[in-house]
Ligand binder design. Sequence first.
Ligand code: CLR
Length: 381
Amino acid sequence: VAGEAVPSSQKSSWASFLKSIASFSGDLSSLTAPPFILSPISLTEFPAYWCERPGLFAAIADAKTEQDRSIAVLKWFISTLKGQYTSRNEKLGSEKKPLNPVLGELFYGHWPDQDGRGQTNLVVEQVSHHPPITAYYICNPTKGLALQGHSAQKTSFSSGSIVVKQIGHAILTVDLDDGNTEQFLITLPRLRIDGLWYGSPYIELTETSYIQSSSGWLSSIEYKGKGYFSGRSHSYKALLTPPGSSNPAKKYEGLWHEVSKDLDTDEVFTDVTSPKEEVTVGPVDVMHDFESRKLWKHVARGIREGDYEAASREKSKIENEQRQRRRDEQTAGTPWQQWHFEHVESDPVYERLVKLFNGAPPTEDTYVYQHNHSATPSIKP
Ligand code: CLR
């Protein structure tokens, strides 16, 4: 039934929201949505999804050969998808509209060491507001692993669904025992947001994403929903090919939010049915004003408690303060300085990796982490 999951008082506002997205393409974050679909969580928290199975991340460093590292990276990557793309349905009842981060918004966290896997650290910064772009750096220094990436989206509307093209990529750097490094370019899948008509949106992944190793090994991951190879939602099939060959050495298939198998041995490849580890974040009262959970504290409380008037009042305060900041910067001729990342137009590492396959644009800009997190930012004028 149309609008089944929409509270009756918000049905007309949901209908007009759907109408506005149907005739819209670009940045969804700026559209006003009815309260029932608002999430109290900012997009700057999303990069934490990359590491909610820190043991699988650490295991990449323990693999001994180029092929085994590519397998470990693929296994870790597939195991992040459930958190990345279905966790709001579990936690909040459906996919929801996240808080739209302000310029310079920060999110810090870590996953503690356990059984010698090393501590994993996370630094996230909103590096652009219009369009929204989020940069992140995740590292496990004990294991010599670092993931640097940025994330933006281009949205359009097609036969009742929102189609989200992910812009940006991630590069994983692995320090090898012999002093060399290996890099992996990770491209991001296309999303379709279905279930809008009923008011209970959920994500399905589509098309193909890639993980290209500097060693030459390539994983191609094909995503399908209901009615395709397994006939089930959230299906994928991955092929791992050796350097310079299109003959797969490994094939995997299954459900990325449950279990998948090695097609040759029938052994389990990924199993994400066990609980994940959420990121550890410090207490809100000692946070910097730009840290997400402090910045959005009152808005988030309003959304959680159903006090939408308070939420929208607090949101306007933040937006007005941001507008004033931008005006002041204009007047003073001093543009906003990023805290942790430097924007570069092209990245030689990306360009070298992308040449090894043809599934991504030849050049892309990058946000380079400045390794200055311990230099905790002081409040800017
Ligand atoms: C951000 C990067 C993460 C993976 C991810 C998961 C969900 C995506 C999100 C990204 C971007 C913003 C997003 C969201 C789902 C819904 C939301 C596309 C790609 C849009 C802006 C809100 C749509 C509103 C409807 C739910 C009503 O690694």
